[in-house]
Design a protein around this ligand. Structure first.
Ligand SMILES: [Zn+2]
Length: 590
């Protein structure tokens, strides 16, 4: 149904005679139990979904949905709702809709409201047992190591409309209820507060703090989950759902989980979705996923390679942060995905740095390793835009390092934390640009140049390589030069480790380009160490996104193109010992 003519917006409920004739209406205030009779036209209605009431039968996969909509202006017309194929029995305020059509991922439903108050749209669908996007998004049943089936209805960023009618815009926050029908033995989790009215029904209500559709569309179920209490304190009650013999419980230090929850709530307020936080282990592809009041963790986390020093605790803490950063405060758009992961990683790191000994160093080393192989800038200007799934997998190193960690060195950790407190203070949607504003507000300095160089760009990221020269006089004179393909000069602080003959002869110094560098080269003078400097390592603590090997540069020679290794530039060597200078550079390659 497309608009042949535009129906007058009707702000009153008694319609003028002409329009009544057109609509086949019967007067004022009458509820029409028959299919509504609208002409082949309708006003496109702007709406926001205030609440989703979902039912789902885990056995038959039958789902119903009731969307409560705030509609401005007209009380009749047509709605375009993102929705999958196969939606049936569409009803408009309880009566069959005048017309419905599904096309290219949109359910167009037309009707007329005859009852005051919000509009609700109901529909049915059998959710297919299938997944999308090379992920577990969709509905899946997968056996765990014992052969028991884990069932997972999983939405994601811009993906809830794969499951049913749903506004998949990341910025939308809504209320939700879930009524899940299941076999008597099933243990079922869903978002918000959870109750089990009887053996075959589980109900969840998320009617306080609103949640985004990307994370709230979730039902998870397992027949063998047993509940144990991990934390029971004034900050939270954490319930662990795991099969007998599961690996997560033994791997989790309950005192550390409790301490981290206290650390988070002291800075960002109470858990947004209630005192109870449910953590479940399951055979998932992702390491973890943040659903409101629920966290699903991959059940074999303790067996995975130790990218983080403690894979299980780090992943759990990361998902806990998302209760505030991603859920209560959500993404303004899908392009803003990097800040959500950056904040979850960064706050986990800060806690590790303050309370977990050497765990933080492993986290930084992993970020740095990821960042060096990143394919996109955090706000890529590539045309066409990078595939979303590739983009989001690319940000776990560059995101926390560029958006937050590197700024610790430039403006201070207290300022970065203060910025995050204001950034996450209110429920709503935030962008990377909003994060910049919050960081500027907390630090009192302008970060436009920093974001333009580090965050914006197209194509393969042109991360800098740092070349260091030194000479020993009364003091140690260091000369640091950034090398980039395009000549971009990055605002940053570079940490250097001076090394002598023995392993004990090490000393760290920092050299700052500031926030508005004028040159790719900076000089610094530091006191001479009590031993001769034999080598200098750039970024020994993995705090700066940088190349570890000299650039391979395409340089246009007199004719044609030549690929060459950018060696020491003539005049760069300051102490005349070319061999030693080269040895420094090769030390950077690791
Ligand atoms: Zn995350």
């Amino acid at each position: 149904m497309r608009i042949g003519f535009v129906l007058r917006p009707l702000l009153r409920r008694c319609m003028p005679p002409l329009l009544l004739g057109l609509l086949g209406g019967s007067g004022c205030d009458a509820v029409d139990p028959e299919p509504q009779d609208l002409p082949d036209a309708g006003t496109p209605l702007a709406y926001t979904v205030d609440r989703y009431d979902q039912t789902f039968d885990l056995t038959t996969r039958e789902a119903t949905s009731r969307l409560w909509l705030d509609v401005e202006g007209a009380r009749e017309g047509c709605l375009s709702l993102p929705a999958p194929e196969g939606v049936t029995d569409v009803r408009w305020q309880g009566a069959p809709a005048a017309s419905t059509r599904t096309e290219e991922g949109t359910l167009e439903v037309c009707g007329r409201s005859v009852v005051d108050g919000p509009l609700w749209i109901e529909s049915r669908r059998v959710v297919p047992e299938t997944t999308y996007l090379y992920t577990q998004v969709g509905f899946s049943r997968r056996p765990d190591l014992h052969g028991d089936l884990f069932s997972y209805l999983l939405g994601w960023v811009e993906s809830c409309d794969l499951l049913g009618p749903c506004d998949d815009a990341p910025a939308r926050l809504a209320h939700f209820t879930f009524d899940v029908t299941h076999a008597p033995g099933q243990v079922v989790l869903c978002p918000g507060s959870l109750s089990r009215p009887d053996e075959t029904h589980t109900r969840c209500e998320l009617l306080g703090t609103r949640a985004p559709t990307y994370s709230a569309f979730m039902v998870a179920s397992h027949p063998a989950w047993k509940r144990t209490r991990l934390v029971d304190s004034e900050v939270a009650r954490v319930e662990l759902y795991e099969v007998p013999g599961g690996l997560l419980g033994p791997a989790l230090d309950a005192a550390a989980v409790e301490d981290f929850l206290g650390w988070m709530t002291a800075r960002f307020g109470p858990l947004p979705y209630g005192h109870e936080l449910r953590v479940a282990g399951a055979p998932t592809e992702w390491l973890g996923m943040e659903h409101p009041a629920n966290i699903i963790l991959r059940d074999n986390l303790p067996l995975l390679p130790k990218d983080y020093a403690n894979m299980t605790l780090h992943t759990l803490m990361h998902e806990v942060v998302h209760q505030w950063a991603g859920n209560r405060t959500t993404l303004a758009s899908a392009r803003d995905y990097p800040w959500k992961e950056a904040v979850a990683e960064y706050l986990t790191y800060v806690y590790e740095d303050e309370h977990r000994g050497t765990d933080a160093a492993s986290t930084l080393a992993y970020w740095d390793r990821l960042a060096r192989t990143s394919s996109f800038y955090l706000r890529p200007g590539d045309v066409p835009a990078p595939p979303f799934i590739s983009f989001v997998n690319d940000v776990y190193g560059t995101g926390p390092m560029i958006l937050l960690l590197q700024l610790e060195s430039l403006v201070g950790r207290p300022q970065v934390l203060s910025a995050l407190q204001s950034f996450l203070a209110e429920p709503g949607a935030q962008s990377i640009e909003d994060l910049r504003t919050a960081l500027e507000g907390a630090s009192g300095v302008g970060l436009q140049r920093y974001f333009e160089t580090w965050v914006d760009g197209a194509g393969e990221p042109d991360w800098p390589f740092f070349q260091v020269e030194w000479r020993e006089e009364e003091a140690l004179v260091l000369t640091v030069t950034q090398r980039t393909v395009a000549g971009r000069v990055y605002p940053c602080v570079v940490e250097l480790e001076l090394q002598g003959e023995t392993g004990e002869q090490r000393q760290r110094v920092t050299v700052s380009y500031g926030l508005e560098p004028l040159s790719a080269t900076v000089h610094a003078t530091v006191p001479l160490p009590p031993w001769p400097v034999r080598a200098v390592t750039v970024d020994p603590g993995n705090r700066l996104v940088n190349r570890r090997i000299p650039l391979f540069l395409w340089e246009p020679p007199a004719s044609g193109l030549a690929l060459g290794l950018k060696g020491p530039v003539e005049g760069d060597a300051v102490d005349g010992d070319e061999l030693e200078q080269r040895s420094v550079r090769f030390r950077e390659g690791r």
